[in-house]
Design a protein around this ligand. Structure first.
Ligand SMILES: [Zn+2]
Ligand SMILES: [Zn+2]
Length: 208
């Protein structure tokens, strides 16, 4: 099992990198990714924090002997842009973190104009969005064309089934994430795994 979406106390997560790594080791996870929020949020991961976190990740890898990726989760703004600190991350997750009338449009722009790897919690009902079959078709095309993985997120419990079914007809990569903000939620990816097995069992799993 893998969990490629975990927040640490370098952004709004409660647990330290070492605590997360220890927990992941206890759970027998094969790989995890620490994916903190980016600089568009005041508490996000700036250049200095990214460097410090990298050191903690290297230490934890050495102590616990598990694969730990260094990632970041950027909010997609109204123009489809993302903001990143100067740092070499293993991969970049892009997610919408506000109510958005132009939900699909801004995601498509983001995929076309930025080098992102994973689309986080698509159609999370934590935020308002509108759905439009034509735009969703374009979005799926963009995911496929740019090789961006679709995340199945166990906290937000999304994307919805009908979207996963549409993706199953295409060559879309899948990423699995708990979106844990506290230690108890690390590795809680059962919901994602169920959906993946049901709808996207033959899809390639994203690997940074
Ligand atoms: Zn998010
Ligand atoms: Zn997150």
């Amino acid at each position: 099992m893998i969990d490629l979406h975990i927040h640490s106390n370098f952004s709004d997560g409660k647990a330290s990198v070492a605590e997360i790594a220890k927990k992941a080791k206890e759970l027998g996870l094969k790989a995890i990714a620490i994916v903190d929020h980016s600089i568009e949020l005041g508490f996000g991961l700036d250049e200095i924090k990214a460097k410090r976190r990298e050191m903690e990740i290297e230490d934890a890898k050495a102590i616990y002997g598990i694969k730990i990726y260094s990632g970041i989760e950027c909010g997609i703004n109204h123009s489809g842009d993302v903001f990143l600190p100067m740092h070499d991350f293993d991969f970049i997750v892009a997610s919408v973190h506000e109510n958005a009338m132009n939900y699909c449009e801004r995601i498509i722009k983001c995929i076309e104009n930025n080098s992102v790897d994973v689309l986080g919690h698509l159609f999370s009902d934590m935020f308002e969005f509108s759905r439009d079959p034509k735009l969703e078709e374009k979005l799926i095309e963009a995911l496929e064309a740019y090789g961006v993985a679709l995340e199945i997120n166990s906290t937000h419990k999304c994307p919805p089934d009908d979207f996963l079914i549409k993706c199953s007809e295409r060559k879309i990569k899948v990423s699995i994430g708990s979106d844990a903000h506290r230690l108890e939620s690390v590795g809680k990816v059962e919901w994602s795994e169920q959906k993946r097995k049901k709808y996207l069992s033959t899809a390639k799993l994203f690997s940074p």
